[in-house]
Each structure stands twice: as structure tokens, then as C-alpha cells.
Design a binder for this molecule. Structure first.
Ligand SMILES: [Fe+2]
Length: 180
């Protein structure tokens, strides 16, 4: 998984949006904003992903397959909705089986976007309360495991005044040492 600051230039969200020269983001920085990640080769991944799932209490999982062909007419609309800045009250956990894409996460307190370019073998945990968004890249396909603790609560809370005071948002900011 490659991590770098998003350049904020207009244009197709599926392009890399890497600064020239690139501004890479270190593993330490990702840890600071409470992003967790592992690299587990897809070949024979099950026992290793199971071990992480057991340790972190992810009892359930399902498979999501996002492709241009699969989504058909609603593809453009879906891609736009995944890219709305939002947070959840639960962790968002993804293990990439094939394809690729970009998760953008907001750094606090700078409010810059950090782009995480995910590839097969990446296991990523986006914490509850962090603002983020997702897009496919120019390959237009990704297949991933979604892991979750109990009942998935994937309600997206779009950024706005109400979400700013959501307890999970406030808790997240405390965890990363921002805010009271
Ligand atoms: Fe999300």
C-alpha cells in the first residue's frame, strides 16, 4: 500500500492525484492518525487474515466486487457516492483480493487528504470517526473482503455540523490527540 498526500487538483478522481514531486506519507504518520494495515499475500491468505480477524474480534465477513461491468448503468453514480466525504461509527476493514483502488483519509488537524493506494494483499483498518472516501482507479475493478464485528453498521455520516458532534467523531479526535 502506497500512501501520499492528495494533490487536490480538479479532474478525474480515478487518477493518481500525486503531487509532483510526490509527498509520501510515512507508516508512523498513518499510525498517528490510527490507520492500521498489514500486508498478507493473497496466495494462502486465509489463516493469516483469520488470525488478525480473531485477534481483533471480527467475527463476520463478506465479499464485495466493484466493477464497471457489474454495476452497469449505476456505475458513475455509485462511484460518486463512494467518494462523498463521510465517517462511520464502526471500523471499516478491507482485505484486497484483486484489483486496486484509492482510500482517501483526512489527516487531523491539518485537514489534508492522504491517499492510500491499495492493491491485492493489503489489509486496511479505517478507524471509526475518521473522515474518508473511496474511489476505484483507472483499472475500474476491485474485489475485497469486508470484515466486521457483529452486525455491520455501514451507515455513512457525511461531513457536516451534525457529524462534527457525533460521539464517535469526538472520540476519534481524542484518540489522535486533537481536540479536548
Ligand atoms: Fe466508508
Amino acid at each position: 500500500m502506497r500512501a501520499y498526500y492528495y494533490d487536490n487538483l480538479p479532474g478525474d478522481q480515478r487518477l493518481a492525484h500525486d503531487y509532483v514531486p510526490s509527498r509520501p506519507v510515512s507508516a508512523e504518520k498513518l499510525t498517528q492518525i490510527n490507520i492500521k494495515f498489514w500486508q498478507i499475500p493473497v496466495e494462502g491468505y486465509e489463516p493469516k487474515v483469520d488470525a488478525v480477524a480473531k485477534e481483533r474480534g471480527y467475527k463476520n465477513r463478506d465479499l464485495i466486487n466493484v466493477t464497471k461491468e457489474g454495476l452497469g448503468d449505476i456505475y458513475e453514480e455509485k462511484i460518486k457516492s463512494f467518494f462523498e466525504e463521510h465517517m462511520h461509527e464502526d471500523e471499516e476493514i478491507r482485505y484486497i483480493l484483486s484489483g486496486s483502488g484509492f482510500f482517501d483519509v483526512r489527516e487531523s488537524p491539518s485537514d489534508e487528504w492522504i491517499r492510500l493506494a491499495v492493491e491485492p494483499g493489503d489489509l486496511l483498518v479505517i478507524p471509526a470517526g475518521i473522515y474518508h472516501r473511496f474511489t476505484l482507479d483507472e483499472n475500474n475493478a476491485i474485489k475485497a473482503l469486508r470484515l466486521f464485528q457483529d452486525e455491520p453498521k455501514w451507515i455513512p455520516y457525511n461531513r457536516g455540523p451534525e457529524t462534527e458532534v457525533n460521539v464517535h467523531r469526538i472520540q476519534y479526535l481524542k484518540t489522535v490527540g486533537v481536540g479536548a
